[in-house]
Design a protein around this ligand. Structure first.
Ligand code: NCD
Ligand code: ZN
Length: 336
């Protein structure tokens, strides 16, 4: 069996910097037509110069592969209206991180005081700049996302014209919130469609499946699967592919992040095929994002066939992908 995907998009992607960027950028750029590039570098992407410099590095690292890096800024509550207006055409979204909640988020927002956030959010709303949010509180790790839902609701109510994307949702509570607010959308990763906390910590600890937000309960995964497999119009694929060098993962104090960029489309095809939902994969992996973000990606046709493919153990001796050394049921035949 063969399927063809038209201009797949990865709407939540970590490409990093320096050597890691050179390793991972070509892997995303080979099979995706574009990706929303997260700004949590050290230091984060906060100026027009940062955006231009980072885009240039990605362009160089992606090589001959046809791929559009959709750039983001790291949310700061002191951005001025003039700055936001000047940078509007250079970015697709602004990413808001609660301070210290995940990798390289120390400069994020503390306290979620709407009075403090409102000036920037209203300008974003006026300019049509979507807000992407890492929605976790500092509470108990399994409850962090559900506890954050009231904050999403406050944001959605106070800024009804602002497009708000709940990033990498992992709970049934987040899925339910989607239905209550017209301006709330969500990305869903590959790994959260496959795994629960059991896969991470139920047997021997699996550092390569450890990420923020942590994978949750079977009923949460089912809720995510329901909306992903039907390509619910308010959800889209965002891998949250978050590479870390092997020694940072296989270590005490394991870094959070699952590296899925090179296996994402094969893993999605396997999942949608197993659930008899292949006809919805195109919408989940591209059409919904095009509509939600109002983008026209470059034309790219990716052909996959149902043939066993052995996932590499490691890329460039540095970064270990999800399903390393295992066989997936689908492989990529061509992309161009
Ligand atoms: C991401 C990273 O490593 O940058 N880690 C993760 O576990 N997902 C940050 C993030 O998206 O939370
Ligand atoms: Zn992320």
């Amino acid at each position: 069996m063969v399927i063809s995907l038209h201009s797949p998009l990865d709407m939540h992607l970590h490409l990093r910097d320096e050597e890691m960027l050179d390793i991972v950028a070509p892997l995303s750029a080979r099979t995706f037509a574009g990706g929303l590039v997260m700004p949590n570098l050290v230091p984060p992407v906060t100026t027009a110069e940062d955006v231009a410099r980072y885009r240039g590095k990605i362009r160089k690292a992606q090589g001959e592969n046809r791929f559009v890096p959709y750039m983001t800024l790291f949310f700061k509550s002191d951005y001025t209206p003039e700055f936001l207006e000047s940078v509007r055409d250079e970015i697709l979204a602004i990413k808001l991180y609660p301070a210290g909640i995940t990798t390289n988020s120390e400069g994020g927002v503390s306290g979620f005081d709407l009075k403090e956030l409102s000036p920037v959010l209203s300008v974003m709303s006026d300019l049509g700049i979507p807000l992407c949010v890492h929605g976790e509180t500092g509470g108990f790790v399994m409850d962090r996302e559900a506890e954050f839902i009231p904050i999403y609701e406050r944001l959605a109510e106070n800024f009804p014209d602002l497009t708000i994307v709940m990033e990498h949702i992992t709970t049934k509570e987040a899925v339910e919130a989607l239905e209550r607010y017209e301006n709330l959308y969500a990305t869903i990763t590959l790994h959260h469609l496959y795994i629960t906390l059991d896969d991470v910590a139920g047997g021997l600890l699996q550092p390569h499946l450890f990420c923020k937000p942590i994978a949750k309960r079977p009923e949460d995964r089912s809720a995510l699967l329901n909306v992903a497999l039907e390509a619910h119009p308010k959800v889209m694929f965002g891998s949250d592919s978050a590479p870390h060098p092997r020694e940072k993962k296989e270590a005490p104090g394991c870094a959070a992040g699952v590296f899925t960029a090179p296996i994402a489309l094969q893993g999605l095809a396997q999942l949608f095929d197993r659930h008899g939902a292949l006809e919805n994969l195109q919408a989940f992996v591209s059409d919904n994002a095009q509509r939600i973000y109002g983008i026209r990606p470059l034309e790219k046709e990716v052909v996959l066939e149902k043939t066993a493919w052995l996932v590499p153990e490691i890329y460039e001796g540095t970064v270990v992908p999800m399903f390393a050394g295992e066989s997936l049921e689908w492989r990529i035949v061509s992309a161009g």
